[in-house]
Design a protein around this ligand. Sequence first.
Ligand code: 6GU
Length: 241
Amino acid sequence: MRIDIVTIFPTFFDVLDISLLGKARTNGLIELGVHDLRDYTHDRHRTVDDTPYGGGAGMVMKPEPWGEVLDTLLDSGSADRAEGSDPLVIFPSPAGEVFTQAMARSLADEEQLVFGCGRYEGIDQRVFDHVATRARVKLVSMGDYVLNGGEVAVMAMIEAIGRLVPGVVGNPASLVEESHENGLLEYPSYTKPAEWRGLEVPPILLSGNHGAIAKWRHEQQVERTRRVRPDLLADDGAVPL
Ligand code: 6GU
């Protein structure tokens, strides 16, 4: 998978050198490019924003640098792209569709993802309108709260997507039993010692009865989901499997 990020804070993404994603890059499973939007300006001050037409608070990101960087990123791979496989350009935005595990799974199948990190009050609308003529465009939100810019959101998305790319997580079985993978929150986990500070591991986990353990874990998932995230359960209380 090829991932490109456009940002005015390129060093923010230095942490992608470490951990699981860093290893995936060394192994060639994920190719990452971080691009400084200011490198696509032509004035002495490397200006990326200006005041909004119509007035109002804050600044708006200018269309020209975005146009130039997206030209570069969308044209560079076009020769070896199959017909009908437009790249996907994602703009993190509190006005977007909410990011979910299902969206992460679908994005993990893409060949090329481009993330455009906005700052200030937003990006000139024509950037979205123009890029939509040669790529698929998606506005994606991390949830109902406000961040100063898209960088933290993109980091979270890349972590969620990257670990679903085949080969990135060593043991694929570990991906299956997590929160959200079956529509439920994960069950509680325990390891040795069997008793710690007076607290015991639930005896069923020491029973060796795999059927009973699976049943107990599923019940724990349902109970936890009902208590903490009832919105994940269907209106009729049906339990997703
Ligand atoms: Cl993706 N961006 C910003 N700036 N704020 C957010 C968000 C994204 N998701 C939730 N709040």
